[in-house]
Design a protein around this ligand. Sequence first.
Ligand code: SAM
Length: 277
Amino acid sequence: MPRSRTAAEAALAQIESELGQALPPFAPGDLDALAAAGGGDVRRLKRWLKRRTAGEALAHVIGGFEFRGRRFAIDKRAYVTDPEVTHLVDALLRRARAHAAASGRPPLLAEIGVGCGTLALTLRAELPDAQVVGLDLDPDALAVAAANAARLGLPLRLVESDLFDDWPADLPAPDFIYGDPPWGDSTTLYDADRPLSHYMAMPPASSFPLGGRTGVHAQILRAAAVRGWASEIWLNAGVLPRAELEALAGSAARWEIVTPRPGLSLLCCQMAPAAAK
Ligand SMILES: C[S@@+](CC[C@H](N)C(=O)[O-])C[C@H]1O[C@@H](n2cnc3c(N)ncnc32)[C@H](O)[C@@H]1O
């Protein structure tokens, strides 16, 4: 048995002895992940096990997570990226490369709701010529994104903004708008590993949308239309039913619902300026 796993079990035994009762079982893999990050430090593991038991997200407790082979630092100031959004990154890489080949210039991408910077920094790394602007209404999340950008050595322009209210005046309309805005409600969860309590432990503006299950998506589409932007828009829609996305896309000039994996959806659309009226 690895030394760290032994230390995690020792920490667990100490907590249970202090409490005089067993802790609820940990999700598969949790104890190993805590043990691996905590090394052999039993006192640290004891603190982490208590925080995890109280409902903090695993990534918040251990201070980081992996996404497409890169390590991102995180804490309670920012939303923990869902691994499913890797499909959104794949779609954007494909479309942004095609755009660059057709236009002969690097694309400008805007992430709405950049959070800790995972998607924007992954795109910056995988599309080195692209310009990426990350927008978020939460300055705490932006501070985490800035720290990740510095640590990974990937310059990223970050703007505190509700929707596109503070879009930089020196930039044209983005070629692509994308993001994983808050969507859904307590009945639309990815899987049992991330119960409602996981989302309740995220920053309040990051998990559940203002204005209903697709409320933020609708605001983003409208904001792009109001500006007369013809940007190609890619929004993660998680496990929301297709009918809700079709209703949302009704105001778009063209749209498509992409299903990268059964049960998961991405909305791709382009707004007609008339939809602003
Ligand atoms: C589900 S989190 C996703 C964060 C990041 N894209 C990721 O995958 O890790 C949604 C993010 O959208 C931001 N957000 C919510 N409403 C917003 C709005 N009206 N304008 C800008 N950002 C918003 C939240 O603060 C949060 O950081």
